[in-house]
Design a protein around this ligand. Structure first.
Ligand code: PLP
Length: 440
């Protein structure tokens, strides 16, 4: 029971450095958030020791009376957080991550080699929604199923629902997946349900990115239209890293959906649940159920809008022109920059963002945009005025990137690259960073 610092100072030191990075930098990665100390305490608890394959009251191991109590509590809170009637909806809280939740949902809903349609990765979809390239089937969702992506309208950046409907008529998918990793607008679930019904397909929403906002009823409700809803628990939901699968219990033609989902998670895709994580999910969901959550979700969106407005005011181009949710997709191509350049400069400035494909990118390897999200900064209690300041920093990062691009090969660029890639920054590194920044 000796503390980490004593047993393993090397790992402790790395964790301390990462803590410092997270607390002193500006976190703008749209898929990240800052979970609570309480959730982290649950996640780091003794529950990690326990094996509990199976479901509450039906385990393959003894000693699960408290773990059963925990999983039942977590399920109850998950349904409460999304205001779901337990007679109509059930939830599996065991998925280790969003990817395993999605693959388990696919396993439950369709057969190997069946057809599915999801938003293409370059258009903002996720890998697990059937992604493949011309050269390779990259993901299990395209290896084991036949997938055909739908897309956004290049000019507007909005989902091309008429084209999706026309394609579905020809492709005849068994499953349509909605939800995305980089789509700044809300979804027309009603239209998607109509298309799915026409084709006799399941409709699944992956609300990994937006679930915290959906729970607060700040976005449209996918549960009104979808058969299955999956989510991660660590993005806008602000919990530990894991996944959830919600399934309908009241479908006349699929009374066995609950059994199918539960068996798809275990034993089809996973082994023993991570009970420490389930405890942390339960704690995070308690926070979601608190009235203060609504204010948080509202602020996340207000901050994303403030960020979008400030960037547009500087003359920059955003995909779809703005945002309905927590994220902003910034198209850098009109000013002649790539996402990776700006990502690097931002790293150097202590601002964490990620390069991202934008509509019409010639190559997925060189994305022309960046994705920004406001969930983490809002968890640090930032408001619109703070975000306007962050937008000014981003503007400066872009201006610096342009200078560096123009001065390719110059001493300034070399110094910059050296400092920016030095792993052991320490104090000296930061003085250099400051000096260079001033010089720029
Ligand atoms: N679904 C969506 C829409 C995502 O954006 C992500 C991750 O970014 C996932 C699923 C996968 O989640 P995980 O990384 O927990 O496997």
């Amino acid at each position: 029971y000796a503390p980490l610092a004593e047993i393993d100072p090397e790992v402790k030191n790395i964790i301390d450095k990462e803590t410092w990075r997270q607390l002193t930098g500006l976190e703008l990665i749209a898929s990240e958030n800052l979970t609570s100390r309480a959730a982290m305490e649950a996640n780091g608890s003794i529950l990690t020791n326990k094996y509990s394959e199976g479901l509450p009251n039906a385990r393959y191991y003894g000693g699960n009376e408290y773990v059963d109590e925990l999983e039942i509590l977590c399920r109850k809170r998950a349904l409460q957080a999304f205001n779901l009637d337990p007679a109509k909806w059930g939830v599996n809280v065991q998925p280790y991550s969003g990817s395993t939740a999605n693959f388990a949902a696919l396993t439950a809903l369709i057969q190997p080699n069946d057809r599915l349609m999801g938003l293409g990765l370059p258009d903002g979809g996720h890998l697990t929604h059937g992604y493949y390239t011309a050269k390779k089937k990259m993901t299990a969702s395209s290896i084991y199923f036949q997938s055909f992506p739908y897309s956004i309208v290049p000019d507007t950046g909005l989902i091309d629902y008429p084209k999706l409907e026309a394609t579905a008529k020809v492709f005849k998918p068994r499953l349509i997946i909605c939800g995305a990793s980089a789509y700044p607008r809300d979804w027309d679930y009603e239209h998607l349900k109509k298309i799915a019904t026409q084709e006799g397909a399941w409709l699944m929403a992956d609300i990994a990115h937006t679930s915290g906002l959906v729970a607060a009823a700040e976005l449209k409700n996918p549960f009104d239209y979808c058969d299955v809803v999956t989510t991660t628990t660590h993005k806008t939901l602000r919990g530990p890293r894991a996944g959830l699968i919600f399934f309908r219990k009241d479908l006349e033609n699929a009374k066995d959906l609950e059994k199918r989902v539960n068996e798809a998670v275990f034993p089809a895709c996973q082994g023993g649940p991570h009970n420490n994580t389930i405890a942390a999910i339960a704690t995070a969901l308690k926070q979601v159920a608190d009235p203060s959550w609504k204010a948080y979700a509202k602020q996340v969106i207000a901050n994303a809008r403030a960020l979008a407005d400030a960037l547009v005011a500087h003359g920059y181009k955003l995909q779809t022109g703005g945002t309905d949710n927590h994220l902003v997709l910034w198209d850098l191509r009109p000013i002649g920059l790539t996402g990776s350049k700006v990502e690097k400069v931002c790293d150097f400035m202590g601002i964490t963002i990620n390069k991202n494909a934008v509509s019409g990118d010639a190559s997925a390897q060189v994305p022309g945009g960046i994705r920004l999200g406001t969930s983490a900064l809002t968890s640090r209690d930032m408001r619109e005025d703070d975000i306007k300041q962050v937008a000014e920093f981003l503007h400066r990062a872009v201006q610096i990137s342009l200078v560096l691009q123009k001065e390719a090969g110059s001493k300034l660029l070399k110094d910059f690259a050296r400092v920016a890639t030095t792993p052991e920054e320490g104090k000296v590194g930061h003085q250099q960073v400051k000096a260079l920044r001033d010089e720029v």
